[in-house]
Design a protein around this ligand. Structure first.
Ligand SMILES: *Cc1c(COP(=O)(O)O)cnc(C)c1O
Length: 429
């Protein structure tokens, strides 16, 4: 479910008109619905209540402080992949004891930071990294470094090669076969404390089967590790897929409850594929959803600048570009595009493109969208995850403002960048 819908033909985020927000704050503009994020957080907890999971929101999906703070107040923990993200969680009022620290390339400084803040555990991605964490802990801290190994179960999942992480062709995790011996070695190291075991097989997974296959493969290993080392938790990662096509219509139906809203995984199916296997482990279960919590909770509002035709195509040129929303260019990702005002009659086959000087700066190819004029606004839907957090200043473009809507209230949670912000730190001579 999400809380973007048409009222009197015009698009609203909860009780707030998107055209009104664009008038006030300009475009391009990210708009998030707080109610949608809460609904998704509570829906996920409810679906998996039989295992009472600790949800560790994957910060990289959307790291705005207001979003982190909202999730912290709901009781969420956090999955961070850099020292910077850990600092953000602190700033937002999140608890470090509910933070897990992942990533294949942690620096000494980041390890020290994690120790200082007292993270729940470092998720270790290689044997060399484990030794380094032990060394830094031995040198600096008075207490042991809490760790969990990230196991690569060698299961293919994920909608696109660039978001598959759980096979041996990927850089992530420790090969399944080596895990037991590495834990044994770690268990003898007095600088380390073995907390759990983790996996994360990919992103935008829309079937239960890969989750079930990976958990099933992991269970005997997890049981053995629990017995040998008294591990507290099994973290099954994130990756729960969301609706991108027909995202607007599916908002009303509650897309996670049905398959009607095609292609996404209903929460019940996700729960059914993992809960029965996890229940008799009698361990704490951790989840690391990113996209699921925030993806459908955000839109990118953009304004039409120009239209042009070539012999082959109709182009609509908008003021948002690939620097603002990279997913279509990076992953060939589909985002539904909807007029913010009342849709006009009919559809025109259109490429919606940004102003950035790259042929890849395209939000859709030959898609039938309702005809638009200069000054009309379009909403690029399902842009709440991996949207702003992947944005850049390419072409010296200031990044958009971000707005959080709650009911009839809208609040600026990040002001629009100014051009002068972009050369801060640079030296002319
Ligand atoms: C990116 C990532 C996640 C979140 O993935 P989603 O598909 O957004 O749920 C969770 N865990 C790890 C280790 C990640 O790298």
């Amino acid at each position: 479910m999400h809380r973007f819908q048409r009222k009197g033909g015009k698009l609203y985020a909860e009780g707030v008109s998107l055209n009104g927000l664009a008038d006030r704050f300009g475009t391009p503009l990210y708009v998030y619905s707080a109610g949608t994020i809460s609904d998704h957080y509570r829906g996920l907890r409810q679906a998996l209540r039989a295992v009472d999971p600790l949800i560790c929101y994957s910060v990289k999906a959307n790291s705005n402080l207001a979003i982190l703070s909202l999730l912290a107040r709901l009781g969420s923990g956090f999955d961070v992949v850099s020292g910077g993200e850990l600092e953000r969680v602190q700033q937002a009022g999140g608890q470090s004891a509910k933070c897990v620290f992942a990533g294949v390339g942690k620096t000494d400084e980041e390890i020290e930071l994690g120790l200082r803040y007292g993270v729940k555990a470092f998720h270790v991605e290689s044997e060399e990294e484990m030794d380094r964490i032990a060394m830094v802990a031995g040198r600096k801290a008075r207490r042991r470094a809490p760790i969990a190994l990230r196991v690569n179960p060698d299961i293919a999942a994920g909608g696109h090669a660039k978001i598959t992480t759980g096979t041996y062709a990927n850089k992530f995790g420790i090969p399944f076969e080596e895990v037991v011996s590495i834990y044994r070695r770690a268990g003898k190291d007095r600088r380390l404390c073995l907390r759990g075991v983790q996996m994360h097989i990919g992103s935008q997974i829309t079937q239960g089967a890969p989750f079930r296959a990976a958990v099933r493969k992991m269970i005997p290993l997890v049981k053995q590790l629990k017995k040998e080392h008294g591990l507290e938790y099994f973290d099954i990662g994130g990756g729960v897929g969301i609706v991108y096509e027909d995202a607007l219509a599916s908002g009303r139906q509650g897309w996670w409850k049905t398959r009607q809203a095609q292609k996404a995984i209903p929460l019940s199916e996700y729960a059914d594929s993992v809960v029965p296997l996890l229940k008799d482990l009698k361990m704490k279960i951790l989840l690391e959803p990113g996209r699921f919590l925030v993806g459908n909770a955000g839109v990118l509002v953009t304004e039409v600048l120009y239209r042009k035709r070539t012999g082959r195509k109709n182009f609509v040129i908008v003021d948002a570009g690939m620097n603002d929303l990279l997913r279509p260019a990076l992953y060939e990702a589909y985002h539904q595009i909807e007029p913010v005002g009342s849709p006009r009659k009919g559809t025109v086959s259109t490429d919606v493109v940004g102003p950035v000087c790259e042929s890849g700066d395209v939000f859709c190819h030959d898609r039938g969208i309702s005809p638009v004029d200069r000054g009309d606004r379009l909403a690029i839907l399902s842009a709440g995850a991996y949207g702003f957090s992947m944005s850049s200043n390419y072409n010296t473009r200031p990044r958009p403002a971000e707005i959080l809507v709650q009911g009839n209230r809208a609040r600026v949670i990040r002001t629009r960048e100014k051009v002068a912000d972009l050369w801060r730190g640079e030296k002319k001579s």
